[in-house]
Design a protein around this ligand. Structure first.
Ligand SMILES: [Zn+2]
Length: 260
């Protein structure tokens, strides 16, 4: 699909995007791209004290505040934490959001991650990228957004903690140096105050920010920089085959240490 200036990050919960790919989105924003953020849920499971609807209201505000820092639109698919699943209505909702955003480049979760909400979201977004251009894929939305002009570039972020459920490190083919945008990435993260406070209380340290730094350093340090975000590109049949992300962010792309 040709570069139309629109980029979408579509993940499961509010704060996933900030943790896994906000640095790269900041670079793209500074290059002039329009950024769209979408989450499957409003994060209704993310509190030990507030009810689902109450914490969801708080977290939607947090997600919107974070999106505003990128001048990004924010969309929520309205699903519930721990209940994201493959159902026709859910598939249609994800396709509709992708069509509303009209991205030529999409980020989502790793197909292999620590929890099923992330893995199912990865599959739903992958499916939407494939079929959002098909006019006969109807979503029942009124009015319905126009089909995409083609299949967008699809990039999977590194899984949380950069490992799969067996504890094995998941290698990334593409790494983007985020060292010089960590301050804004962390400001976006801190918009998710309800989650940060929960971890602060539980761990006694600012684990929300610290863990994100640690995981970014794990990708960046072997490549000679302080922090980086890792990705793998979907290169299956019919998807765009060139690495547009690295081309756009030339100078920020990093090779593996052993390749240098
Ligand atoms: Zn999540």
């Amino acid at each position: 699909m040709t570069d139309n200036g629109h980029v979408l990050a579509f993940m499961a919960h509010p704060d996933d995007i900030e943790i896994l790919c906000a640095g790269t989105l900041i670079h793209l924003r500074r290059k002039g791209y329009t950024i769209h953020l979408a989450t499957m849920t409003a994060g209704d499971g993310g509190s030990a004290e507030l009810s689902g609807p109450d914490i969801a209201r708080v977290r939607l505000q947090e997600a919107r505040a974070s999106a505003a820092l990128l001048d990004a639109s924010y969309h929520c698919a309205g699903e519930k934490d721990f209940l994201i699943c493959h159902q026709p209505a859910v598939i249609q909702r994800v396709v509709e959001i992708v069509r509303i955003c009209q991205p030529f480049l999409v980020f989502t979760h790793s197909p292999s991650d620590y929890m099923l909400d992330h893995e199912v979201t990865s599959q739903l977004v992958r499916n939407a990228c494939f079929c959002a251009g098909a006019p006969n894929m109807l979503t029942d939305a009124l009015p319905a957004a126009a089909p995409l002009a083609g299949i967008p570039y699809l990039y999977y972020a590194a899984p949380v903690e950069n490992k799969d459920i067996w504890g094995h490190a998941v290698p990334c083919d593409i790494a983007i140096d985020t060292s010089d945008v960590m301050a804004l990435k962390e400001t976006m993260l801190k918009c998710h105050a309800s989650q940060r406070e929960w971890l602060l209380k539980h761990h006694g340290i600012d684990e929300f920010v610290e863990s994100t730094r640690r995981w970014s350093a794990e990708i960046g340090n072997p490549r000679g920089v302080a922090y980086a975000e890792g990705f793998r590109q979907h290169l299956g049949h019919a998807y765009p085959q060139d690495d547009k992300l690295s081309e756009i962010l030339s100078g920020k792309g990093l090779r593996d240490a052993q390749e240098r």
